[in-house]
Write a protein that binds this ligand. Structure first.
Ligand code: PEP
Ligand code: MG
Length: 325
């Protein structure tokens, strides 16, 4: 199978009816980057910046952060990359940062919440990103945002750091896109306001699933109890996609479901045209979409969502659709 996928490497990611699907990789360290050319992915849809912090023995300095980001851009040689600011806290503790005892770390002081409460950390990271992207495109997004106000405050940090760098004569990025992870369900209910202020959305379906069903993603006993291919998540994903599309805001998805062929097929049926996944998923997902008709899967998804009734999951129905082609 690996051989068969390798033979797909040079084929464009086009559906049967000629829709181009953007396939990107999730990455976090320099060692992940060779996979982009190995798989012929379009770019890096999610660069998890916390990895550098998690493997370090002390807090990486601003210049160490900048050096890593610059290396990432150099290695990608013009392919797009979306950097996500620090997603720490919860289960991702840094040995050199004092941990706060929390009953529910996944629901606790983490990610953008730390970034906004300790703005020194977020400012330094944003400055490192702006400097590393001097003369090149910067795409940056924030994790675990729960309100539009939080997004606006985080975005204001980018604006502030940019004017600081300008004042000090630095060459600024050729373009700056400031986006947001959609992974806390509260954002689904502010989605129209959000698409007006965010330059792009990236759905974090791992956390969105965890918080939508109140089921710890790390706890197998409960994590496998609910199916992503059931109406609650699919309807949430549809609302997100349709609102982004109505607001002309690009939307992509970078959770694990984007790397599973049947789930990816459903996402294309919901309108998603950009996915980010682990390197091993590119082949299977590309194989799926080469024989997919987007008109047919769109009609099927709409029909299934409208007629789901009390069916727990649409997995069998979608597998049936996939097998019949
Ligand atoms: C997600 O939550 O879906 C996601 C992509 O981010 P992470 O897995 O790093 O939480
Ligand atoms: Mg997440």
């Amino acid at each position: 199978r690996q051989e068969q996928y390798r033979s797909l490497r040079d084929l464009p990611a086009l559906t049967l009816d000629g829709e181009r699907i953007s396939l990107n990789l999730n990455a976090g360290l320099l060692v992940d980057l060779p996979h982009v050319s190995e798989t012929n992915a379009d770019g890096v849809g999610l660069f998890r910046t916390e990895l550098q912090f998690m493997i370090a023995e002390r807090m990486p300095s601003t210049s160490e952060q900048e050096a890593l980001y610059r290396q990432v851009l150099d290695e990608l040689n013009g392919a797009p990359v979306t950097f996500r600011t620090l997603d720490i806290g919860g289960d991702k503790v840094l040995p050199y940062m004092q941990a706060v005892e929390e009953e529910n770390p996944a629901l606790g002081w983490r990610a953008i919440r730390i970034g906004l409460d300790r703005p020194g950390l977020l400012r330094a990271q944003v400055r490192a990103l702006l400097k590393a992207c001097s003369g090149r495109a910067l795409k940056v997004m924030f994790p675990m945002v729960a309100t539009v106000e939080e997004f606006n405050r985080a975005k204001a940090i980018v604006t502030r750091e940019l004017s600081y760098l300008r004042k000090h004569g630095h060459v600024e990025p050729s373009s700056i896109a400031v986006g947001v992870m959609v992974e806390v369900p509260s954002l689904v209910f502010q989605i129209e306001e959000l698409v007006r202020v965010a330059d792009f959305l990236s759905v974090g379906s791992n956390d969105l699933m965890q918080f939508l069903f109140a089921a710890d993603r790390e706890n197998r006993q409960v994590a496998e109890r609910f199916d992503p291919l059931s109406t609650p998540l699919l309807r949430a994903l549809k609302v997100i996609h349709d609102s982004a599309s109505a607001g002309n805001t690009p939307v992509t998805l970078c959770g694990e479901i984007g790397g599973k062929p049947l789930e990816a097929m459903a996402l294309i049926g919901l309108g998603y045209r950009s996915l980010s996944m682990s390197p091993a998923s590119i082949g299977p997902v590309k194989a799926m979409l080469l024989s997919l008709d987007t008109g047919a899967i769109t009609a099927e998804m709409n029909r299934l969502l409208a007629t789901a009734g009390d069916r727990g999951t649409l997995r069998q129905a979608l597998a049936g659709f996939a097998a019949a082609r």
